[in-house]
Ligand binder design. Structure first.
Ligand code: DGL
Length: 265
């Protein structure tokens, strides 16, 4: 069994990549919807939540745990690895390396939460993989919360996103790194705005490949999916349909037809 978690809906983009790569694996997804967004919280708070959720997933029998959240990875992936030394823990980090390699203008931009933007882990990643590239880190407060509402086509928000991207594109950024898993669900809007001037860099598929490397045993299973949330768990199924992930919703209802997603504090 593979456990995947995020502050809310964002990690469903990673869950989908894992489910595509491992169609028979048994999966559990935990959305910490009582505490979303993580991006505006302190490192200590995020660490406590990550340790709590990680332990819970381990108790459910997960043989690998995926932190499908850049913010939680930056703040607490090492703490989680220390607390669960026998379980492989896969984190997610902004795709600085692929973006730096692909950039022709040698200028890339990273869209992240406030917490990830100020993290030492991101600074280190940039030092390591983008020495000869200009990197602009752009915090996007409120974007993850917007994705949680599922009102992605709101015109006020569209203007906010356009205003954020325009200076980056106008000054020549040709790679936009999606440094928060929630932003994957803004891909259609972002592609409309970039209009071919920049690529979007999303590492969900790379995370799925890493899960395969670390969890060969998990590839066999009954293709079950359990959905858990710390608040309003019933919303997860509906969200899957709204986010073009109906096939995952069907996998959840088929494998747990009588079980509603369970709330855990
Ligand atoms: N989806 C998360 C990330 O990748 C966190 C968003 C939030 O809760 O602020 O950073």
């Amino acid at each position: 069994m593979i456990g995947v978690f995020d502050s809310g809906l964002g990690g469903l983009s990673v869950l989908a990549a894992i489910a595509r790569a491992l169609p028979h694996a048994d999966l559990i997804y935990y959305a910490d919807t009582a505490h979303v967004p993580y991006g505006s919280k302190s490192d200590d708070f995020i660490r406590d939540r990550v340790l709590f959720i990680g332990r819970h997933l381990a108790e459910q029998g997960c043989k690998v745990i995926v932190v499908a959240c850049n913010t939680a990875t930056a703040a607490a992936v090492e703490a989680l690895r220390q607390s669960l030394p026998d379980i492989p823990v896969v984190g997610i980090e902004p795709g600085i390396k692929p973006a730096a390699m692909a950039s022709k203008t040698r200028y890339i931009a990273v869209l992240t939460t406030e917490s990830t933007a100020r993290s030492e882990r991101l600074a280190k990643l940039i030092r390591l993989h983008a020495r000869d590239v200009k990197v602009h880190v752009e915090p996007c407060p409120g974007w993850a919360t917007r994705v949680e509402t599922l009102h992605l086509d709101d015109s006020e928000f569209a203007t906010e996103v356009a205003d954020k991207l325009a200076p980056l594109l106008d000054t020549g950024a040709d790679q936009l790194v999606l440094g928060c898993t929630h932003y994957s669900f803004l891909t259609p809007q972002l592609l409309r705005l970039t209009a071919g001037r920049a690529d979007l860099v999303d590492v969900a598929d790379a995370v799925a490949r890493q899960v395969i490397r670390l969890s060969a045993d998990c590839s066999k299973g009954q293709a079950t999916l359990r959905l858990l949330a710390s608040a309003q768990p019933e919303k997860l199924l509906a969200a899957l349909a709204r986010l073009d992930l109906q096939w995952l919703a069907e996998r959840a209802t088929a494998s747990h037809p009588t079980e509603n997603p369970v709330a855990i504090q």
